[in-house]
Write a protein that binds this ligand. Structure first.
Ligand SMILES: [Zn+2]
Length: 84
């Protein structure tokens, strides 16, 4: 089994989803089984996946509809801007 340090080093150097499978598998096993760093590194991996999702949607031009404000929120924002 690889060491916590190696997981931390690898995740800092390269994004999890960009790793080749032969690096991902031991990494994944460690994150799932390790009580020392598993929880923390799971968050790191999730975050990296989140960034990946965001970038993919951004490339596809799908970010705007996601950030679409409701009419109510828009009105409140406009009201707040008009205050000064
Ligand atoms: Zn660990």
């Amino acid at each position: 089994m690889i060491a916590c340090k190696q997981v931390a080093k690898a995740l800092a150097k390269q994004r999890y989803y960009e790793m080749p499978w032969w690096r991902k598998v031991p990494m994944f096993a460690h994150i799932k089984l390790c009580v020392m760093c598993g929880k923390y590194h799971q968050q790191v991996v999730d975050m990296q996946h989140g960034v990946k999702d965001y970038l993919e949607h951004e490339e596809a031009g799908e970010i705007e509809p996601r950030l679409h404000l409701s009419d109510d929120a828009k009105q409140r924002m406009e009201a707040a801007l008009k205050q000064d």
